[in-house]
Design a protein around this ligand. Structure first.
Ligand SMILES: Cc1cc2nc3c(=O)[nH]c(=O)nc-3n(C[C@H](O)[C@H](O)[C@H](O)COP(=O)(O)OP(=O)(O)OC[C@H]3O[C@@H](n4cnc5c(N)ncnc54)[C@H](O)[C@@H]3O)c2cc1C
Ligand code: FES
Length: 250
């Protein structure tokens, strides 16, 4: 883990209230793995005091990209940063996704695409077949297909039916789950619950979990969750967990 002042190369609103930010940070880019995250200082003074966790969206040493939805004070501040300004990053942090097979199925709900693009790129570089199921409320909120590696086979679902299948991304899952050797997912808890019900523990599903984080490296215990292996820290033991290890509170 390193603390780096990284110059911003670009910061573009690629979807409504979703920014793609490229930063020059050879120290993080050369170490980072798909699924890991950085803690970003989101202020020039004291507020917000706590850094915000963001997944590493793409890894192209010496640069990394972050993809973030503008939801509150920290991400609003980050969205206003311009090319040439510097951001303060702590990372890479957390446990990455692990690829150990050939047919990789990626399931992304909304901004959950953030950690999965680096994973798709790694899988393709290692000779895997990558299929991505991508969901969003509307076509206008779908991650742009042209930003994905061309080898990725893409299937889309939108809640209003404006692109792809009408419905939730998990509605696409039954058609692809049998093909997959491994499944990787990032999205809301409701998506993971639906996946758990569909897959019934029959194959490995690695999911990226979210929690409010204080430190990002195991110091504050603010991100503790209960799993079947006991109480674990999302920042240090995760954010990538086996779906079957998660205990649902609902
Ligand atoms: C490991 C990890 C990786 C993440 N990666 C990404 C990413 O790549 N792209 C992205 O857009 N977001 C990501 N997030 C979520 C992101 O950290 C939060 O959206 C961000 O911290 C919000 O900060 P804010 O100051 O803008 O909003 P705040 O003012 O802190 O909060 C605004 C709203 O968002 C909710 N919220 C904030 N943080 C979280 C959280 N962690 N979980 C659930 N709800 C939250 C708050 O309850 C509130 O309703 C990730 C979270 C984790 C834990
Ligand atoms: S965020 Fe501090 S221990 Fe996880």
């Amino acid at each position: 883990m390193k603390q780096i002042l990284a110059p911003i190369l670009s910061n573009t609103e690629i979807l409504p209230a979703v920014h793609l930010l490229w930063a020059h940070t050879p120290e993080i880019a050369t170490e980072a793995l798909p699924g890991q995250f950085v803690m970003v200082r989101c202020s020039g003074c004291y507020g917000p005091l706590l850094r915000r966790p963001l997944s590493i969206h793409r890894i192209l040493p010496p640069n990394i990209a972050l993809l973030f939805a503008v939801v509150g004070r920290g991400t609003k501040w980050l969205a206003q940063r311009k090319e040439g300004e510097v951001i303060d990053l702590l990372g890479p942090l957390g446990r990455s996704f692990e690829i150990n097979s050939r047919n990789l199925l990626l399931v992304a709900g909304g901004i959950g695409i953030a950690p999965l693009v680096a994973l798709a790129e790694k899988g393709i570089a290692e000779g895997a077949d990558v299929t991505l199921l991508l969901g969003a409320p509307t076509q206008a909120q779908l991650y742009p297909a042209h930003l994905l590696p061309p080898q990725v086979k893409l299937w889309v679902a939108t809640e209003d039916g404006s692109a792809g299948k009408k419905g939730l991304v998990t509605d696409l899952l039954p058609g692809y789950a049998d093909w997959a050797d491994q499944i990787f997912a990032c999205g809301p808890i409701s998506m993971y619950e639906a996946m758990a019900a569909l897959i019934k523990g029959e194959k490995s599903v690695q999911v990226s979990m979210e929690a409010r984080m204080g430190c990002g490296f195991g110091g504050c215990y603010g991100c503790a969750i209960e799993t079947r292996s006991g109480v674990t820290l999302v920042c240090k033991d995760g954010p990538v967990f086996e779906l079957g290890d998660i205990i649902w509170k609902g």
